[in-house]
Design a protein. Structure first.
Length: 183
């Protein structure tokens, strides 16, 4: 438990940095805005401002997690954002809306239960970081251990939906034989 706060800070910082990629180009920003619009939870006039607020909040999470003195606020904001993502994804799935996820930039994969799993995992990391006591001045070994664990965890989170897709369909593109009903 000693490394939990530092590892969570690094992992969430990496994940939210990857999420901020959607800000780097006009097509990715437009894709994110179109995803928010397609979900149809807000009046059209609020879609653009909400997309800006979400993206800015993701950047703010990264900045707050950089420093031990502001990490509690970073964990709290991350927890709020991730909870919102879980709720919106759940409502979108429940309503049967098929929309590509632009969580980490351009993507063609539609929102799926795998996104809920990924966000639940992220929420657990954020809550753990929020609840964990600060490490204090970490040794170089503690930093190295936390960085290794956080990088591995961040890669798992960022590519979680892709991993799930590979295991759900181990041979993409191959026709799956249909079973005939017994009569």
């Amino acid at each position: 438990m000693r490394y939990a706060e530092l590892t969570a800070r690094i992992l969430l910082g990496l994940v939210f940095t990857a999420a901020a990629v959607k800000l780097r180009s006009a097509p990715e920003r437009a894709g994110f805005r179109s995803m928010v619009a397609a979900i149809r939870l807000l009046p059209a006039g609020l879609v653009g401002p909400l997309a800006v607020v979400v993206a800015a909040s993701e950047v703010l999470v990264v900045l707050l997690l950089l420093f031990p003195g502001t990490s509690t606020a970073g964990f709290a904001l991350a927890t709020a954002l991730i909870t919102g993502f879980l709720v919106v994804t759940g409502l979108t799935l429940r309503r049967g809306i098929r929309v590509a996820c632009h969580c980490f930039g351009a993507s063609r994969r539609p929102l799926s239960p795998a996104h809920l799993g990924r966000d639940a995992l992220l929420l657990a990391v954020a809550v753990t970081g929020l609840a964990a006591p600060p490490l204090g001045a970490p040794s170089s070994a503690e930093v190295a251990t936390s960085v290794i664990a956080a990088v591995a965890g961040a890669l798992l989170v960022v590519f979680f939906v892709d991993f799930v897709a590979v295991f759900a369909d181990p041979m993409p593109g191959r026709a799956v034989p249909q079973r005939r009903k017994r009569t």
